[in-house]
Design a protein around this ligand. Structure first.
Ligand code: FES
Length: 107
């Protein structure tokens, strides 16, 4: 596991991650999605665990869930838990920590 830092100030992170947008970022060998809601930042795998659709094409609801664009399965962005849909595994999520010197993501 490695620690990556995006940006060098909190303000820079806010600019990089407009609230509610799903951004894809490459960290080492992995590409993942990053979403900011206020001071909370969520990071999760970029492909849906159901059939592999890119989650950047989905959207975020008011319950902290990402909804896949292909079959509308919903996943909790914090825990990765499947909230609605058929059967598939949970979403892989990554720990984040927003600090005054940037956004730390453990991958
Ligand atoms: S591929 Fe995401 S819900 Fe089916």
């Amino acid at each position: 596991m490695g620690k990556f830092t995006l940006g060098s100030t909190k303000e820079e992170v806010f600019e990089m991650l407009p609230e509610g947008n799903i951004k894809v970022t490459q960290l080492g060998a992995k590409k993942l999605c990053v979403v900011r809601k206020g001071e909370e930042v969520y990071a999760f795998e970029q492909l849906c665990p159901h059939r592999g659709a890119p989650l950047k094409d989905g959207h975020i609801n008011g319950y902290g869930e990402v909804i896949c664009a292909l079959h509308s399965y919903r996943f909790d962005m914090k825990t990765g838990q499947l909230k609605s849909g058929g059967s598939c595994g949970d979403l892989e999520v990554y720990q984040t920590h927003l600090t005054d010197s940037g956004l730390e993501i453990m991958v």
